[in-house]
Ligand binder design. Structure first.
Ligand code: HEM
Length: 353
């Protein structure tokens, strides 16, 4: 469903497609939560509050540049603070609805969470179901505690993946030769069929995986992370004392010419196994590395492959803006200042736009 929304949005308004692509990854900002309904067939679609999510990260970065807004009191009284708490309200409202809807759905569902598959193996549970199971069993989790966990996963996983898809589409549209090769791989896997993807298909998409990795190298969705060091470290003849907060800039790190010769060139073959083997293990870290790295990275890759596979099979993409035209900025997420122009042409006559 969301790929359809994506293509409709792209055709309706190509400029600003970062926003247009982000929205359909799950939906768009919700109407006030007027009704929640669940049936044995499922729950109503819940739209994702993308705009509030995006605004929140911008407010956060804005606050960083205004020292007088550091104290919570002044922040709360400022217009920036008011925007922040309004967005937080929208996001919490959304998560509460997701949890409530799931609870309702579980009541209607004939299959218990402990259902076993025919093979005798226990069915894999969704993360939210695990939390609800724990809550219904012995250890009681407060609704707020469940919400915090759901918030973490939903908001860490949404903007990052949507942004990564956006940059990958842009780069595919800019490099017809790469797009042709990726399309050919899809043709080999699907043989012209319109069926949905299987896990085996996703594993077979080796070239597309390299495209995604290379896109994340040039445009890491999270351009920077912070780490506090717990012991002194010597770097380049300087000693950084324990307690220092280091900013690790993946955007810059991924352009190290010693690790990636010709670093600005979009070259998915940078991720051929033999080239990866020659590089430092931390030369490429779009998902961070070590403790507290991204817990959703495998899922993100599968999600990206699924969306891009659909797009490649059904549409030919042409990006209209050069790399020089694309200005990006750090708002926790690497955002495009003005989006990009892309034209989307159906590959087969049967595909409607
Ligand atoms: C292309 C997509 C994604 C990118 C580039 C990405 C990147 C990252 C990075 C760099 C971090 C470390 C942040 C830090 O230390 O400050 C992180 C953490 C995290 N990510 Fe992702 N992420 C992506 C998708 C996802 C998805 C789909 C999920 C969940 C379904 C997810 C869940 C998380 C969580 C829960 C953490 C915090 C882990 C912890 O602190 O222990 N991410 N991600």
């Amino acid at each position: 469903m969301y790929v359809d929304q994506l293509t409709n949005s792209l055709v309706a308004e190509p400029r600003g497609s970062t926003a247009l692509i982000r929205e359909p990854t799950i939906g768009h900002d919700p109407e006030p939560a007027s009704s929640i309904s669940a049936t044995d067939k499922g729950v109503n679609v819940t739209y994702f509050p993308s705009r509030s999510c995006c605004r929140l990260s911008q407010v956060f970065m804005d606050r960083l540049t205004k020292a007088w807004l550091y104290p919570n009191l002044t922040f709360r009284l400022s217009s920036l603070g008011r925007t922040y708490y309004k967005c937080i309200g929208v996001l919490h409202n959304f998560t509460d609805r997701v949890i409530q809807e799931r609870k309702l759905q579980r009541e209607f569902s004939e299959n218990s969470a402990n259902e076993k598959l025919e093979t005798g193996k226990k069915k894999r549970l969704a993360f939210l179901d695990m939390l609800l199971d724990v809550s219904e069993g012995g250890t009681k989790l407060a609704d707020e505690e469940i919400r915090e966990e759901v918030d973490t996963f939903m908001f860490e996983g949404h903007d990052t993946t949507a942004t990564a898809i956006c940059y990958a589409l842009y780069l595919l549209g800019l490099h017809p030769e790469v797009q042709d090769r990726a399309y050919q791989e899809q043709e080999n896997i699907f043989q012209g069929s319109d069926r949905t993807v299987t896990m085996k298909d996703l594993n077979d998409m080796q070239y597309l995986e390299r495209v995604i990795k290379e896109s994340l190298r040039l445009y890491p969705s999270v351009p920077e992370i912070l780490r506090e060091i717990n012991s002194d470290i010597k770097i380049g003849g300087h000693t950084l004392p324990a307690g220092t907060v280091l900013h690790v800039h993946m955007y810059v790190l991924h352009r190290n010419p010693h690790q990636f010769p010709n670093p600005e060139k979009f070259d998915p073959d940078n991720f051929l196994p033999e080239r990866v083997a020659k590089r430092h293990p931390y030369a490429y870290i779009p998902f961070s590395a070590g403790p507290r790295n991204c817990i959703g990275q495998k899922f993100a890759l599968l999600e990206e492959k699924t969306v891009l596979s659909y797009m490649l099979r059904h549409y030919e993409l042409r990006s209209r803006d050069s790399r020089e035209d694309i200005k990006v900025y750090n708002a926790l997420i690497l955002r495009m200042c003005e989006g990009f122009n892309i034209s989307v042409t159906p590959r087969k006559k049967s595909v409607d736009l």
